[in-house]
Design a protein around this ligand. Structure first.
Ligand SMILES: Nc1nc2c(ncn2[C@@H]2O[C@H](COP(=O)(O)OP(=O)(O)O)[C@@H](O)[C@H]2O)c(=O)[nH]1
Ligand SMILES: [Mg+2]
Length: 209
């Protein structure tokens, strides 16, 4: 069942920003999507919002250098963060994007949950691990999507999910790991539910204060 209070398919593009100073005011709730370049971040955003062209899907990795904001409802936003770890980009450019990514993660108060996307065939590279460990330390809720699961048999995909779960268990954090395919829409409903819950959970917390 999807959450009645928010619908990801209502998402509309708001702004692309090269750094956090150019973002909307830091109020409300944001759920951010992060992952290596080419991990399938834009495709997942399009699938989850049921809008083909919302986040540009690039065949050229390393292109998404900006922080892209999509508003789902008033003060509820999805955030497409710059991809990391793509080698064929000049160092100066890389430094700039990584700075925007680092600053966003460190300073954005309204960040409620982090979706980390990793290709199911190459999960938990060093930078992925750094990001997940940082998010766990920061007590963020984390949803790990193992993307392009259509590239593996169901058995192999399940085994990979289990492996990643075991690997992250010692972090003792609020982490959900699941297989995901934008092509086949695998895991879409579960991911959608988790993200919508994050977007409304903070409302409940705010009204308690
Ligand atoms: N087979 C398959 N390919 C995918 C899937 N998701 C993304 N891709 C492909 O992977 C490449 C990178 O996708 P993109 O969403 O642009 O990745 P991003 O750089 O993380 O935003 C593109 O060529 C996509 O068509 C998927 O679920 N299955
Ligand atoms: Mg992208």
């Amino acid at each position: 069942m999807s959450n009645p209070a928010v619908h990801l398919n209502k998402a509309t593009f708001t702004i692309s920003a090269p750094d956090i100073r150019r973002l909307p005011e830091d109020v409300g709730i944001e759920v951010a999507f992060a992952g290596r370049s080419n991990a399938g971040k834009s495709s997942a955003l399009n699938t989850l919002t049921n809008q083909r062209g919302l986040a540009r899907v690039s065949k050229t990795p390393g292109r998404t250098q900006l922080i892209n904001i999509f508003e789902v409802a008033e003060n509820k936003r999805l955030v497409d963060l710059p991809g990391y770890g793509f080698a064929k980009v000049p160092l100066e450019m890389k430094k700039k994007w990584q700075k925007a990514l680092g600053e966003y993660l460190e300073k954005r108060e309204c960040l409620q949950g982090l979706v980390v996307l990793m290709d199911i065939r190459h999960p938990l590279k060093d930078l992925d691990r750094d990001l997940i460990e940082w998010a766990a330390d920061s007590e963020l809720s984390i949803l790990v999507l193992l993307t392009k699961s259509d590239k593996l048999s169901q058995g192999k995909a399940s085994a990979e999910v289990l492996k990643v779960k075991k690997n992250l268990a010692p972090l003792n954090a609020d982490i959900t790991v699941q297989a995901f395919s934008s092509l086949k829409k695998t895991g879409m409903e579960q991911a959608n539910n988790i993200i919508c819950n994050w977007l409304v959970k903070a409302d409940a917390l705010e009204s308690e204060i």
